[in-house]
Design a protein around this ligand. Structure first.
Ligand code: ADP
Ligand code: TRP
Length: 312
């Protein structure tokens, strides 16, 4: 029996943080070899927020380095850039013509932006249909993502259904894979850890950067236990282990932060070392090979799409 297809994407919109690691990277690492895996750098998605070309170029290389350093083997997964495969934006347009404005208005990323009184660009509004195209072009079975992306995978299923209904069966309906017990990793301020909230603990940061982030965790809890520290610490140790540490250091927030810092550093130090050995040229080679492989698959699927919708 052939392996099931796994597909996931990540935005090159900044340095990875431990929320990305526990919410997306680690679950990917734990299972990607069991599947026929694709890992995509969502550079077009990042344009919804990132408007700096040098930064985009730099981040794209950096994020691939991050994944290679964390242990993804480019021989065992197709690693590629979304922009290497123009079929993604082409298919997104077709999906946009199948779903309603009302449906897209319910998407969290858009809704949250509007709720904050900010103006969303049209790209952000259409974002779930580009993501649906990413996933569906490759006949994906499983999409490992953090809980915040669950709705987007539901949107991809809906896009597949709508297309299949309108033009006949072509797309497989994918399933999200959310890591239980991790869900949303909180940041140093207790909100969801996110680049855009500037509340992250960097995954490949220097020792000083990590120390600064951990020591800066907001501890305004009223009890004996600094909840924001504990919530992050839970990712590194069992409840039983934490019970002992937090009991011994009741009310001593600085000690508890130092204990957490030690655990974060134990995870990060070897990764940091490996990352320093990966060159820009190595990344370029990986992305070139991955882009060619992905493009060949996407082009074949897209020619079926064009056939079915009557473009040819
Ligand atoms: P950010 O919110 O920092 O911009 P991204 O949206 O680029 O992060 O997320 C990349 C991947 O990491 C996604 O699969 C997302 O679900 C996961 N992820 C991001 N933040 C968290 C978090 N705080 N907890 C769990 N998973 C997360
Ligand atoms: N939207 C995802 C995020 O911000 C990134 C992404 C783009 C993705 N395309 C995807 C994730 C396809 C999974 C599958 O994290």
């Amino acid at each position: 029996m052939s392996k099931k297809r796994l597909f996931t994407g990540l935005q090159p919109s900044g340095t990875l943080h431990i929320g990305n690691y526990f919410g997306a990277l680690k679950p990917f690492l734990d299972t990607y070899e069991e599947y026929d895996s694709h890992l995509m750098v969502a550079d077009y998605h990042s344009l919804t927020t990132l408007k700096n070309s040098d930064e985009l170029r730099r981040n794209t290389v950096d994020v691939v380095k991050d994944y290679l350093a964390a242990g993804v083997d480019p021989k065992k997964a197709v690693i590629f850039k979304q922009s290497s495969v123009p079929e993604h934006t082409e298919l997104a347009w077709i999906f946009e013509c199948l779903v309603s404005v009302k449906f897209l208005e319910l998407a969290h990323a858009y809704k949250d932006k509007v709720a904050k009184g900010l103006e969303a660009n049209a790209g952000l509004f259409n974002y779930p249909m580009l993501m649906a195209a990413d996933i569906l072009l490759y006949d994906t079975d499983i999409v490992p993502v953090g809980r915040d992306q669950q709705q987007h995978v539901e949107y991809a299923r809906e896009a597949a259904k709508k297309f299949n209904l309108a033009y006949g069966d072509l797309f497989k309906e994918p399933t999200e894979k959310i890591v239980e017990g991790v869900g949303t990793v909180p940041g140093t301020d207790g909100q969801k850890m996110s680049k855009s909230y500037k509340n992250t603990i960097p995954l490949f940061g220097t020792k000083d950067e990590i120390q600064k982030a951990v020591m800066g965790i907001v501890t305004d809890s009223t009890g004996d236990r600094p909840e924001n520290v504990y919530a992050i610490h839970k990712l590194f140790r069992t409840d039983a282990e934490l019970e002992v540490i937090y009991e011994e250091n009741k009310g001593k927030y600085k000690n508890l932060k130092e204990a957490l810092l030690e655990d974060v550093e134990a995870l990060v130090a070897p990764l940091r070392e490996k990352r320093d050995s990966i060159t820009d040229e190595m990344v370029a080679e990986v992305l070139k090979a991955g882009g060619e492989a992905a493009r060949a698959e996407a082009a074949a699927k897209m020619s079926q799409v064009r056939q079915q919708i009557g473009i040819i």
